[in-house]
Design a protein around this ligand. Structure first.
Ligand SMILES: Nc1nc2c(ncn2[C@@H]2O[C@H](COP(=O)(O)OP(=O)(O)OP(=O)(O)O)[C@@H](O)[C@H]2O)c(=O)[nH]1
Ligand SMILES: [Mg+2]
Length: 224
């Protein structure tokens, strides 16, 4: 009977223990991969498990945020030109845990008919998606709380959907300005009466990642 393969003579140090431990390297978002791009919610994967959507005005930095959170440069397509993301783009972390990049809202150059179609798609998605656990609302920290953002916050408050605001492009503000913006946005969120939270973020500087990942992972792992 063949004997079981012998373990190579060890050094006494486990192979993986020799690699420097990088806590961030272990986060589950690194496993995210593209699943499909859905022009309409009916093209989405089965409405099971848990999903978190990235919403925000066009060019706010949704796709860039998604990429740095997942530690992958080319996962979601980004662009200097607003209107890059034109469908509901689905990424899967594990079976039953997904992130969804929504089309940007408010891009003036998009024809009215297309805008209306995106608006309807986002609306239907938010209203009907049972697996949606929360919305990450991305705002350019230099121009927070525009009309679309307020509509989204009101909507989340009214239907009891979790919402976390990423004030992104914080690298474009001086530290004190960024702190003031965050405080002002938090005051406004409190005044709106919902339970939305907010933080500073920069895809460029990769700042705010742990906080954002913590919130999103908490939602994906929570019950309904
Ligand atoms: N300085 C800086 N630029 C950023 C940051 N995040 C995004 N950008 C830039 O902002 C532009 C828009 O970024 P995207 O991530 O494509 O924005 P989006 O919200 O997905 O845009 P749409 O899909 O068109 O709605 C790009 O030129 C990015 O490089 C950031 O944190 N700092
Ligand atoms: Mg995008």
């Amino acid at each position: 009977m063949p004997s079981p393969p012998r373990k190579p003579a060890g050094t006494g140090v486990r192979a993986d223990a020799r690699r420097p431990r990088d806590a961030a390297a272990d986060h589950p978002f690194r496993r995210a991969h593209f699943v499909l791009s859905a022009p309409e919610p009916r093209h989405l994967p089965a409405d099971e498990g848990a999903e978190v959507a990235f919403a925000g005005r066009s060019n706010a930095g949704k796709s860039s945020a998604l990429n740095v959170l997942c530690d992958q440069t080319g996962l979601a397509r980004t662009s200097k030109t607003p209107g890059r993301t034109q469908a509901l783009v689905v990424f899967e972390i594990d079976p039953g845990r997904r992130l969804v990049d929504l089309p940007g809202y408010g891009y003036a150059e998009v024809p009215e008919a297309v805008k209306a179609q995106w608006g309807r798609a986002i609306d239907r998605y938010l209203h009907e998606r049972q697996s949606l656990r929360g919305v990450v609302l991305i705002m350019d920290s230099r121009h927070p709380l525009k009309e679309f953002d307020r509509l989204m916050l009101d909507y989340c408050r009214d239907v009891g959907l979790r919402c976390h605001v990423l004030l992104t492009k914080a690298d474009k503000l001086a530290r004190s300005e960024a702190a003031q913006t965050l405080a002002a946005v938090r005051r406004e969120l409190a005044a709106l009466g919902g339970e939305a939270s907010a933080q500073l973020f920069s895809a460029l500087k990769k700042s705010g990642l742990d906080e954002a990942r913590g919130v999103i992972a908490g939602w994906l792992d929570a019950g309904e």
